[in-house]
Design a binder for this molecule. Structure first.
Ligand code: NAD
Length: 492
């Protein structure tokens, strides 16, 4: 079964899109962008909503009014100018709110250099970063557990990973890309990043014509920063993607030129990657290119690849002709220094032209691509074999033998298998040199072949409470089809 992301409009009909002019330079760059789209023949019908500073000031903590959601839900396509995020507490991020509301699971950011017309250390860079957008450490589940220790939960799901990885391969296929690279840290995070890597390999097998490779994120990031021409499409979990998409845009030499797409199940959002640049607002100097390239991705998404191609090629030709806004203007390379509206005029004047030295783009034959639904998977057989009880404990010595003695006297029929402190085993056979905090992970594990019940765990906790131990969290240890669903050893 195939899920249609978007449909091309029937001849003569216009596609409704939601548009927000944003704050700072937003209104100027949005006006310029829409003027270029209209001149290029885009069949769009903008529905304008208000977001940002003034909406926050009216008391809406996420910078968007409830009525704006009606437009987003009905058009499912959002072209958004940057907003100014208010300082201070009590405000929610508009981008996070929209990402959650529309289920935007993939953030797509093409990072390309335009040498020799825009200065860059990497003249042949052309990388697309596809960042998972909903999971990982960004689930926002954090706790202070003891006096000394805080935690943030890293959540990676199979369906979440599958969607974003499949999107990366479908994007590569639709855009004639040759290779998809995955970055994880699965040598350390064997279960969470291990799942992302595993799903990447499973999905890659469905795309035999596209090369695939995996790098450990540390060396992969170093290689990306040093030799970006070695990469094509890169798909990453949320945190690594957040960091590396900024690195990639920066080293392309063109933060002000990059657009991005946020693709979701209930809609899609297109924007520039830069902010509202308040100091430049109202002066007709800002570069509208980032938003314009976001709008080009939007046109492809709604099935107007021919218009996208006309706009993008005219824009490349404008860059090549040396018509530059202040941020990329360089004596000796640039020919004419222009403001926002004159830059838009220059692009409009070149509609129908193609670049002569930069590679021209081609989207005309592009179908909006579809994401296949994941195949149904049988549920694994799950068995409860133990429990990690996290205990807050501090005495003068912090001697694990003392804690182990108290735990064992309360353990009853569930044997204590090990104690770790920040992941390092301290009992049995710990090293006296290990630095210990007040946060202890105490693992109780039944012998091979036996199964625990929730009642046994509950009575174990009751006995620990009677012993006066402050347990602050428990994690059940399950096997799934016989495979341990928990990390086995000590941290590295
Ligand atoms: P910024 O991206 O607005 O500006 C960084 C620098 O780049 C400034 O020197 C600015 O003048 C320049 N610049 C940015 N866009 C430009 C353009 N199109 N043309 C020419 N020069 C440009 O980042 P900032 O100053 O850190 O943030 C300003 C505001 O934007 C903050 O309130 C921030 O929270 C917000 N912001 C919003 C978004 C968004 O809405 N998606 C993204 C990032 C930042």
């Amino acid at each position: 079964m195939v899920q249609k992301l978007s449909e091309a409009p029937a001849a003569g009909t216009k596609t409704a899109i939601t548009v927000a002019y944003g704050d700072g330079i937003g209104p100027e760059i949005m006006t310029a962008t829409l003027r270029i789209l209209e001149a290029a023949g885009a069949q769009i019908e903008p529905h304008v909503i208000e977001i940002g500073e003034r909406v926050y000031a009216r008391g809406h903590t996420a910078g968007i009014e409830p009525s704006a959601w009606d437009s987003l839900r009905s058009t499912k396509v959002f072209l958004k100018a940057p907003i100014t995020t208010p300082q201070g507490g009590g405000f929610k991020s508009l981008n996070v709110t929209i990402r959650k509301g529309l289920g935007l699971y993939a953030n797509v950011r093409p990072c390309r250099s335009y040498s020799p017309f825009v200065a860059t250390k990497h003249p042949v860079m052309d990388v697309v970063i596809v960042r998972e957008n909903e999971e990982d450490l960004y689930a926002g589940i954090e706790h202070r557990q003891t006096d000394e220790v805080y935690q943030c939960l890293k959540l990676i799901s199979r369906p979440g990973t599958e969607k974003v990885v499949r999107y990366a391969f479908e994007y590569a296929k639709a855009n004639g890309r040759k290779k998809v690279t995955c970055f994880t840290k699965d040598n350390i995070m064997k279960l969470t990043d291990g799942l992302f890597h595993k799903v990447f390999e499973e999905v890659a097998a469905d795309y035999p014509d596209i090369e695939n490779e995996h790098w450990i994120v540390d060396i992969g990031a170093a290689k990306l920063a040093d030799t970006p021409e070695a990469f094509d499409v890169v798909v990453l979990p949320n945190l690594y993607g957040d960091i590396l998409s900024d690195v990639a845009a920066q080293i392309a030499g063109s933060v002000g030129l990059a657009g991005s797409a946020n693709i979701g199940e209930h809609g899609a959002m297109f924007e520039a990657i830069h902010g509202s640049a308040p100091r430049r607002a109202g002066q007709d100097v800002a570069n509208p290119s980032g938003l314009l390239l976001g709008a080009v991705m939007m046109l492809v998404h709604i099935g107007q690849g021919d218009v996208a191609e006309r706009v993008h090629n005219a824009w490349l030709r404008t860059l090549e002709d040396g018509v530059h806004t202040y941020d990329i203007f360089k004596e000796g390379v640039s020919r004419e220094r222009v403001g926002t509206s004159a830059f838009a005029d220059a692009v409009i004047a070149r509609l129908g032209e193609v670049p002569e030295r930069l590679e021209r783009v081609s989207y005309a034959a592009r179908e909006p691509f579809a994401l296949p639904q994941p195949a149904a998977r049988p549920e694994a057989e799950k068995r409860l074999v133990g429990v990690d009880v996290f205990v807050a404990w501090r005495d003068a010595e912090r001697n694990p033998e003392v804690l182990a003695e108290r735990l064992r006297s309360a353990a009853g029929e569930v044997p204590l298998a090990m104690i770790t402190n920040r992941g390092v085993k301290v009992w049995p056979e710990g090293l006296p040199e290990t630095f210990c905090t007040d946060h202890w992970r105490c693992r109780f594990l039944v012998p091979e072949g036996q199964t625990l019940t929730h009642q046994t765990v509950a009575s174990l906790l009751g006995r620990l409470a009677d012993e006066g131990l402050d347990f602050i969290k428990t994690e059940h240890l399950y096997t799934f089809d016989g495979e341990p669903g928990y990390s086995l050893g000590q941290g590295q």
